[in-house]
Design a protein around this ligand. Structure first.
Ligand SMILES: Cc1cc2nc3c(=O)[nH]c(=O)nc-3n(C[C@H](O)[C@H](O)[C@H](O)COP(=O)(O)O)c2cc1C
Length: 177
C-alpha cells in the first residue's frame, strides 16, 4: 500500500539522510540501485525537483540517459548496512543488486522504475535536464579533492571523472506502507 505525501514535509528527513546515503534507482535492461550522497530536493523552473550527480563510470548512467527516469528511495530511520555495502560499493556491471542486497521491489505509479519497500519514502522523477560538470569552473580545493587526476579512472568506483548533474521533476511522492 502507498500513502501519497507532500514531499516538502520530508525535506528535513531527506537532508539528514543524504550524507549517509539514499538510493537512486534506474531500470532499462534490469533494475539497478546505487547509493547517492549528493543532490537534493528543490524547486527548479517552478517545478518540484530532485537533483542527482552521477559519475561517468557508474552502471547507473547508461539506463538513466536511455530512459530519462529514476526513483529515489529514502530510509525513514538508519540506512540498512547490507544495502549501503552492496548498492554503494558494488556495481550493476557485476552484480544483480536486487538479489545481493535483498531488495523488495514495488510497482511504481507514473514512471517505469520500481520503488523499494525497505526504504519507504519514494520520489518518482523524470529528467528535465542533464549536464556534465565543467570541472574548470569548480573551486580548486573541491576539484583537487573530488576529481583527482593522478588515479586510475578505469573502474566503476573511480573518482577521477566528472559527474553529470540530472535535474528530475518529481512526478509522484509516497510512503510505502
Ligand atoms: C555514502 C555514499 C554516497 C555516494 N554518493 C554518490 C553520488 O552522489 N554520486 C555518485 O556517482 N556515486 C556515489 N557513490 C558511489 C556509488 O554508490 C558507487 O560507485 C556504486 O557502486 C555505483 O553503482 P553502479 O555502478 O551500479 O551505478 C556513493 C557511495 C556511498 C557509499
Amino acid at each position: 500500500m502507498k500513502e501519497t505525501v507532500d514531499v516538502t514535509e520530508y525535506a528535513g528527513l531527506i537532508a539528514k539522510a543524504l550524507p549517509k546515503g539514499i538510493l537512486l534507482n534506474t531500470k532499462n535492461e534490469k533494475f539497478n540501485s546505487m547509493v547517492i550522497g549528493w543532490g537534493g530536493l528543490g524547486t527548479t523552473w517552478s517545478r518540484p525537483t530532485f537533483t542527482v550527480l552521477v559519475r561517468e563510470n557508474r552502471y547507473t548512467k547508461a539506463p538513466l540517459d536511455a530512459t530519462g527516469e529514476f526513483t529515489i528511495s529514502v530510509p525513514l530511520e538508519k540506512p540498512i548496512p547490507l544495502i549501503t555495502k552492496v548498492c554503494g560499493v558494488q556495481s550493476g556491471h557485476d552484480v544483480d543488486k536486487v538479489e545481493a542486497a535483498h531488495l523488495t521491489l514495488v510497482e511504481p505509479e507514473v514512471v517505469s522504475v520500481p520503488a523499494i519497500k525497505e526504504y519507504p519514502l519514494t520520489l518518482e522523477c523524470k529528467v528535465l535536464y542533464a549536464q556534465p560538470l565543467d570541472l574548470s569552473k569548480l573551486p580548486d580545493d573541491i576539484r583537487e579533492k573530488m576529481y583527482p587526476q593522478d588515479v586510475d579512472g578505469s573502474y566503476h568506483g573511480a573518482n577521477r571523472d566528472a559527474h553529470t548533474v540530472y535535474v528530475g521533476e518529481i512526478v509522484a511522492s509516497y510512503l510505502i506502507k
